[in-house]
Design a protein around this ligand. Sequence first.
Ligand SMILES: [Mg+2]
Length: 225
Amino acid sequence: MIVCLFDIDGTLLNSGGAGQAAMEAAFVEQFGPMQPVEGVAYAGRTDRAIIADIFRYFDIEDDDHTRDEFVGRYFSHLPDKLSQKEGGVLPGVTVLLEELASRENVELGLLTGNFRRGAEIKLGHFDLFHHFEFGGFGDIHHDRGDVARDALQETRAFLNRDIHPSQIWVIGDTPADVSCARVIDANVIAVSTGHFSEETLAATKPDHLLPDFSDPQAILELLAL
Ligand SMILES: [Mg+2]
C-alpha cells in the first residue's frame, strides 16, 4: 500500500487568491481598514504562521480569543471569495485523483498549511473534498515539518495500521513541501504549477519533479501503480 498526501494550493487547485482575499476581508471586518502587508509570504506556509505574521505586522496581540474570532471570519468569507475569484482545478488533477482513489492499494490524504476547515471549504468548492478523509493541517503549527509529523500520525490512526514513511508520497508545489516530506523521511513529488519554477524546485531535490499533472499516467508510473 502507498499513501499520497497532497498539498492543496498550487498543487490541486489555484484559488485565484481567494484565501488571501478572505483573510483581508476578515481583517477589515475585525480591525478596520488595512494597508497592504509587506514581507509576509503565503505559499507553502501554515495558515497559523501567516496569521501570526499579519498580527505581528499590525501590532495585534495574537491571543486565542482574537485569533479565533479572526479565523471564524476568514471561514465565513472564504466561500464568497472562492466564487468571486477566477480559480480552478489544476490540469489533470480531477482525473488523477479519481484514478488514485479507484486503486485498492492507494490511500489519499492531505498535507497542507490550510486550516482543516479551510481545506474542506476550498476543496469542497471545487468538488474534490470527498477524496480526502485524513491528513495534516495548518491550524496549530507554524512549521510545516510539524504538520508532516501530524499527517503521519493521523494517517496511521485513520488507517489503523503502522504505515512506514517509505510508503508515503508527499505531493506539493513549494520547497516547503519537499523539506517537510524529508522531516518524516517520506518520498516527494514536486509539481511546478504554483509559484515556484522547476529550477527552484529541482534545487530542493524532490524524488520526482513534474511541470503539471496533465499526464496522470506518468504519475501512476512514478508511483509504480
Ligand atoms: Mg501549495
